[in-house]
Design a protein around this ligand. Sequence first.
Ligand SMILES: Nc1ncnc2c1ncn2[C@@H]1O[C@H](COP(=O)(O)OP(=O)(O)OP(=O)(O)O)[C@@H](O)[C@H]1O
Length: 282
Amino acid sequence: MIDFALQKTLHTAEGEMPFDVSAHIRKGQFVSLYGVSGAGKTSVLRMLAGLMKPDHGYVRVDGQLWYNGVENYQLPIQQRSIGFVFQDYALFPNMNVQENIAFALRRNESREIVEELLELTGLKNLANRKIQTLSGGQQQRVALARAIAKKPVLLLLDEPLSAVDSGMRAQLQETLLQVHKRFRLTTILVSHNADEIIRLSDVVIYLEGGKFRQQTTPAAFFLSGRETSGITGKVVSTEADGSVLVQVEGGMLRLPSPGETLFVNDKVDVSCNVNTYHLKRL
Ligand SMILES: Nc1ncnc2c1ncn2[C@@H]1O[C@H](COP(=O)(O)OP(=O)(O)OP(=O)(O)O)[C@@H](O)[C@H]1O
């Protein structure tokens, strides 16, 4: 369980912005932070990581205090069990893929996890390649594998997929899903992409002006109560249990049986009321 309340005066181009957020995040949850540029999403990650000091509040992770504003106590960043992946991954150029992933491990720690991560992230055949010889998407996989290698209590992802093209983005989302399924790491992702958030997360937190305005399921947040969600896709297959596989921009959604009969290649609008999805042929 991750439990925090964070307050800080942020300095924006428009002047001071009081930042004041709090949340409880259950172990193993995948949470996305969504909001316009400057809302304070990255600040949440930086404060949880210990890279930015709040003015007040607390951060409690599995019962351990990482920050306590009352006593002005900050657990140093090296002592926080965190994996962090940014948009511009900082890998070691003089090391190969395998060495980059293993770097996070302690000297006497088993290397088994490195093998498993190479396999899981599709990097096995690139294990001995130097970092500069890899594509952006491949480097982002290495960054993800390295962040996960030490099995952190908290995985923080700051728009890790925004610098790659949509095909690579869909592949990386699939990798993230696999990794989350395998390790169930409590994960907080900053993303501007609705499809991506719907595909990956259990919970979305909407930020505006340094405050958490809404915390709900991605389906309820993005698709609820609207005649049309603006998210469209193409039916890829209809399954025996009545569910439908729909290709949307960011990847694939498996949705429950729609009211009307749909066929492969039908174009559909995806919307949702509370937690019930609706598919409408366009
Ligand atoms: N250390 C700091 N002290 C005070 N203000 C800061 C500090 N770091 C960032 N800010 C300000 O806080 C505001 C929110 O920044 P933040 O990067 O958290 O927003 P964001 O929602 O992640 O934006 P984007 O989507 O563009 O990355 C910005 O106006 C920024 O200038």
